[in-house]
Design a protein around this ligand. Structure first.
Ligand code: SAJ
Length: 436
């Protein structure tokens, strides 16, 4: 049985994966390029904000099962879980995967298994990773087994989903897949499905593309509804009563490091054919501009207008701001010279500072604002008491891009509320607009 696992990359996926293997009894070496990350983990301070993760990492480190280091060690299994972001807008940047693979070369021995978990375009394991690993002198598929095993966990629910989700294991040959299956069986309680590496790579991308395309449809329906005077939220709810319909939710756009990124890997590999996929990406990417236009519409005609933006995280309940549409809305407003107050109960001040944005507390953000905009569906926002906030604001307009506010409660408190896609904007929502 494999006893020692070395994980390259201790981020959102690598760290929980390391923690689960350590808990399952493996000796785990976690490798990261950041000395701050290594020092933190070895001293029980983790840099990944994920409910339940800190406790598991702490226990594994205390028991001596997990150690973070700058360089790999000899091991039975090597797992690569490094970021694969986009470069130049829409091409996958594989340099971290390449760097990790080259770093592993001196540590590879006959009988080892190498697993790639990072999201990559179909064919990458065989065409990019295997040729690098072959430089070790080991024969790939005979002395060295290689597999692609994508992670599919939802940020915010990683500790649950990493164990209970089904898992896809794609081997470069059957033996590689079987070895990887046995390894993951040590902590995965979901079903494990075996396939070829390129298919597993495609599966991961297809899942996130499915979601992106469906969100684009919802966003398009929202824009159509506001033209036609239909309430998109009610229409979607009713359409979803059909047994075979599941329309997603409109919003200010798609954020996070996965759904907003992964479809581009398919477009890159197959640009002629991936027409719907590319268009969906663009539709979702246009949403922050659409929201900013609505905000400007609401503020039109006002002297020194101010918008209070609630929620900078890319989705509710997380502090992650990567690719967040809220950040894009804030940036567009700043470019247009509109004053903003910014509030998020979870996001870190330094995180926003990196975008040149200043985080306020709720009162500062709302003080003197003309328009309050809900951009993230944080559970906390559902608990806001409009009757306590109404005295802070100047003009009492609300734009809810996530359909989380109780419209009648807010109206009762004196606010005029508009939700995106909720029919035509009524003149009372932007009473100062000179175009009316
Ligand atoms: N969103 C909408 N409307 C919806 C659903 C989501 O606007 O109906 C927005 C969210 O607000 C957010 C973005 O889309 O900005 C993405 O959020 P998400 O919760 O759909 O997904 P992620 O990015 O947090 O995680 C996804 C998951 N993939 C799928 O559900 C197919 C997760 O399982 C993957 O492991 C993860 O990507 C990943 O790492 O690839």
């Amino acid at each position: 049985m494999d006893k020692k696992v070395c994980i390259m990359g201790l981020g959102y996926i690598g760290l929980p994966t390391a923690a689960f293997f350590a808990t399952a009894g493996y000796q785990v070496i976690g490798v990261d390029v950041s000395p701050r990350v290594i020092e933190g983990i070895n001293n029980h301070r983790i840099h990944v904000d994920e409910p339940g993760l800190a406790e598991v990492v702490k226990k594994a480190v205390e028991e001596g099962k997990l150690t973070a280091r700058e360089l790999p060690e000899l091991a039975d299994v090597f797992i690569i879980a490094v970021p694969t972001p986009l470069k130049n807008g829409c091409k996958g940047d594989m340099s971290s995967v390449e760097d990790a693979a080259f770093t592993l070369l001196p540590y590879l021995r006959p009988g080892n298994l190498v697993i790639l978990e990072s999201t990559v375009g179909p064919g990458t394991t065989e065409d990019l990773l295997c040729p690098i690993l072959a430089e070790s002198g080991l024969s790939i598929g005979e002395e060295l087994m290689v597999a692609f095993c994508p992670e599919r966990v939802l940020p915010g629910k990683i500790m649950e989903e990493m164990v209970f989700n089904n898992r896809i294991v794609g081997g470069i040959n059957r033996e590689s897949a079987l070895r990887a299956e046995t390894l993951y069986q040590s902590f995965v309680k979901g079903e494990i499905f075996l396939t070829e590496a390129a298919t597993a790579e495609a599966v991961k991308l297809m899942e996130n593309t499915f979601r992106d395309v469906n969100i684009a449809l919802a966003n398009e329906l929202a824009r159509i509804s506001s033209k036609l005077g239909i309430n998109v939220w009610e229409a979607i709810e009713l359409a979803n009563k059909h047994p075979r319909v599941n329309i997603h939710q409109p919003g200010p756009g798609v954020g996070g490091h996965c759904i907003a990124v992964d479809p581009w890997f398919i477009v890159e590999k197959s640009p002629q054919e991936a027409r719907l996929i590319e268009l969906s990406r663009r539709i979702n990417d246009e949403m922050p501009e659409f929201v900013a236009d609505l905000i400007c519409e609401g503020l039109k005609g006002l002297k020194d207008p101010k918008a209070a933006l609630l929620g900078m995280a890319y989705k509710g309940g997380v502090q992650d701001t990567r690719e967040s549409p809220s950040i894009k809305v804030a940036e567009i407003l700043q470019q247009r010279g509109i004053a903003t107050g910014i509030y998020d109960p979870l996001v870190e001040r330094e995180d926003l500072a990196a975008y040149g944005l200043i985080l306020n507390n709720l009162e500062e953000a709302l003080k003197g604002a003309d328009l309050l905009v809900v951009l993230t569906d944080h559970p906390d926002f559902k608990l806001l008491k409009p009757e306590e906030l109404v005295f802070l604001v100047r003009n009492k307009l609300v734009l809810d891009t996530r359909n989380i506010l109780d419209k009648y409660q807010w109206q009762e408190a004196g606010f005029t509320v508009y939700k995106i896609g909720e029919g035509k904007i009524s003149p009372s929502w932007h009473p100062h607009s000179s175009t009316l």
